[in-house]
Design a protein. Structure first.
Length: 210
């Protein structure tokens, strides 16, 4: 996966303890899920002493929050790239957002699990809430662009649209597009399922013509 070591060496060197622990945590999340390991296991996976993680992280949740934050940074950058300010047109760019959402769940399952399944209290990690809002803001901008296509006076609230599409995309990604053992089978591709669902939804709102 994309977060795997470049050279296969374990442990840390030249002050890269934090990076080694992040990689170790990602390996454990991929193998056991976000709730299935301890700080000591993360240290062992990184090839460092059990006490080494506490140089950078207060506890396991603090380590998991750092992993999730990095995941959101990657996720947001990819959504921003494919949205491309609504080019070549808002509907096609919106479809690209959906595909990118599914692709991230498939290609980065450990980050995805840390971001959405670790049950970290956002009150204790406000930086995670802010990172999630930055990702959601892209979806909301896309919803605003699509809402503007509907006749004036019949335009659906962009926030409502963004929340509906987020829930739909996340549900399909979590069930059918993830890159780990939790993926369920479908008689179609997750991309086809999401595209059809979004088209039905947008037509129902009058955003696009039947």
């Amino acid at each position: 996966m994309r977060w795997s070591r470049d050279d296969g060496r374990r442990g840390y060197h030249h002050g890269n303890l934090r990076e080694a622990l992040i990689r170790g945590a990602l390996e454990l999340i991929a193998a056991k899920g976000p709730a299935g390991f301890t700080v000591a296991e993360a240290a062992r996976s990184a090839g460092v002493s059990p006490g080494a993680p506490y140089r950078h992280f207060r506890d396991r949740d603090d380590l998991m929050a750092d992993v999730a934050l990095r995941g959101f940074e990657r996720f947001t950058a990819e959504l921003e790239r494919v949205w491309n300010e609504g080019r070549p047109d808002p509907l096609r760019a919106f479809e690209n957002l959906g595909r990118a959402y599914l692709a991230f769940a498939r290609d980065e399952p450990a980050y995805y699990a840390a971001m959405f399944e670790a049950a970290l209290p956002l009150a204790d990690h406000p930086e995670l809430a802010q990172a999630g809002e930055r990702a959601f803001a892209i979806l909301r901008r896309a919803a605003e662009s699509l809402s503007a296509r509907a006749p004036e006076g019949k335009r659906p609230p962009p926030m409502m649209m963004a929340l509906h599409i987020w829930a739909l995309s996340h549900g399909i990604a979590s069930l059918f597009a993830r890159g780990d053992g939790g993926r369920r089978t479908l008689p179609m591709t997750p991309e086809d399922l999401l595209e059809a669902a979004v088209l039905i939804y947008l037509r129902g709102l009058g955003v696009i013509a039947p």
